[in-house]
Write a protein that binds this ligand. Structure first.
Ligand code: BTN
Length: 282
């Protein structure tokens, strides 16, 4: 059972200075809360009203001794980042957060990005949206994007971290998204009639993320990927994958143990795709 954040102690922490903000150092107020029923992910949550990017805030904080599983959440971002150097529009009403994780292996940053799509899908389903994963880690509902994940690997003082940042279109006004994104996006608010507060959605998602991460720490990737397959809309579909200038069309056949997408092209050759943008053609 997930608990609401209402029963958690929230305390104000001294404002934090971000040295590398784009317009020079800034001091930002934050609060801290703890959810002691979780093992690692989301036991400690720092909440900011606004940040440039929760992923960047997490990276900058890595110099300090951070608890594994720390979550940094912001009500809005002014320089939210998406995959492949794209920006991620982050107006108020959406949910924007990053998790500080310590993968067992440096090659696992992308794998954790894949696995952490599952808590988002489960939360959306719990609140009434039958979402699916589009490889690698878009969350879609009826072909429209409702959430995205950016997983970044970072070395600090001989420790390897994965910063997994998640943006969910919960309660934002879709009109506030850039025009080219709006037509292909949807939100929780648009798809369900019941209002779901961002805190409640985050709480449920973090409970699920904590379970996924505990499982990740004890289970071989190929077993973890079985669960991912069950939620993935891409496998079995005809797809076009674009990676830089390269393009590939074929049938998405399966996932490799690394999480790469295996695509069989029209002459029957198998390709392992590690990254790219996927379009579903069928
Ligand atoms: C994508 O689909 O391109 C990934 C989008 C990831 C957006 C989230 S919002 C929280 C975190 N902070 C960022 O700057 N980006 C991620």
């Amino acid at each position: 059972m997930s608990k609401t954040s209402g029963d958690r102690a929230v305390r104000a922490l001294p404002p934090r200075t971000f040295k590398y903000a784009s317009r020079g150092p800034i001091r930002v107020a934050r609060t801290e809360s703890h959810a002691l029923h979780r093992h690692l992910v989301g036991r400690t949550v720092w909440h900011y009203e606004a940040l440039e990017s929760t992923n960047d805030a997490a990276k900058e904080a890595l110099g300090d001794e951070l608890p594994e599983g720390l979550v940094i959440v912001a009500d809005r971002q002014v320089a939210g980042r998406g995959r492949h150097g794209r920006s991620w529009a982050s107006p108020p009403g959406g949910l924007y957060f990053s998790m500080v994780l310590r993968p067992k292996d440096a090659a696992h940053a992308a794998l954790l990005g894949l696995l952490m799509g599952q808590p988002v899908v489960k939360a959306l389903r719990h609140f009434g949206v039958l979402a699916q994963l589009k490889w690698p880690n878009d969350v879609v509902y009826q072909g429209r994007k409702i959430a995205g994940i950016l997983s970044e690997g970072v070395h600090r003082h001989d420790v390897f971290y994965a910063i997994v940042g998640i943006g969910v279109n919960t309660n934002l006004d879709l009109e506030r998204l850039p025009e080219d994104v709006r037509g292909r996006a949807t939100s929780l608010r648009r798809e369900v009639s019941l209002y779901v507060a961002n805190e409640e959605f985050l709480d449920y998602t973090l409970d699920q993320a904590d379970l996924v991460y505990s499982r990740y720490l004890n289970t071989p990737p190929e077993i973890l990927l079985r669960d991912y397959r069950g939620l993935c809309a891409t496998i079995g579909r005809r797809v076009r994958v674009t990676a830089g200038r390269e393009r590939l069309e074929g049938r998405a056949y399966d996932l490799a143990p690394s999480g790469a997408l295996i695509v069989v092209d029209d002459v029957g050759a198998k390709h392992e795709v590690l990254d790219g943008t996927v379009e579903h053609l069928s």
